[in-house]
Design a protein around this ligand. Sequence first.
Ligand SMILES: Nc1ncnc2c1ncn2[C@@H]1O[C@H](COP(=O)(O)OP(=O)(O)OP(=O)(O)O)[C@@H](O)[C@H]1O
Length: 234
Amino acid sequence: MEIKNLSFSYQERLIYDRLNVKFQDEVPNIIIGPNGVGKTTLLDTLARLNSSDTYDALVDVPSVKEIGYQLQKTIFYTTLTVGQTLKMYQKIDHAGGAAPTALMNKIYATVLKPLESIKMGQLSGGERRIVLTYGTCLLDRKLYLFDEPLSGVDPSNATLIMEMICSLAKKSTVVMTTHQLGQLKNKGAKIIGLNQGHCIFNGTYTELLKLENTQDVDEAYSKLINSSRSKIKL
Ligand SMILES: Nc1ncnc2c1ncn2[C@@H]1O[C@H](COP(=O)(O)OP(=O)(O)OP(=O)(O)O)[C@@H](O)[C@H]1O
């Protein structure tokens, strides 16, 4: 799956300038970049929620029906309990959705079961994020899009969520955005860096550290963004 030669603007603001991105199977594709660079817009584009002018740039992207998209700001039924919400996810696919893996069962037992009878509107931000990410994983899709699934989630739950997303990537294409770069260590993920309308990096966590000659991933990120700013001419 890839995005080929995508140019897109919101009114006067150029978001992508002939952007090319190749996505990988088997490992999660992680979109990183500064606030406002266009990460969510890229997920919207893959889900065909963006202008139809962008559709020509989508190569081998599954149809809308084959995509599961966990939006950053999901508006949900606040009066449903966690248990009811997850049952609803299971019923969205007529065939009953994807069978939960052993890892998903573990996450259910340790993190979600204690929340089962709590209403969605009463959950903390991190708890709600975990429920919705888990629910999206219950869908049976060819492509999964997760917008900041680790945002507001504590480090040990974030590790579980990342493991769940990595295992999902073994059967379907997965694209997610995050600012939590430390969570990408040893995950084999493909990191796609965006800045100023272009793809400025496409490689692994280890390759990013090597490129920027540091062992600190946040420092590597800052160096990557700063060096691309001086190179890109819009
Ligand atoms: N419907 C819209 N109309 C006009 N501008 C928009 C619209 N949606 C997004 N934008 C702008 O496009 C830019 C990219 O937004 P996007 O949400 O894709 O950024 P992002 O990289 O996901 O940011 P963050 O890391 O903060 O979540 C932002 O400057 C945003 O203000």
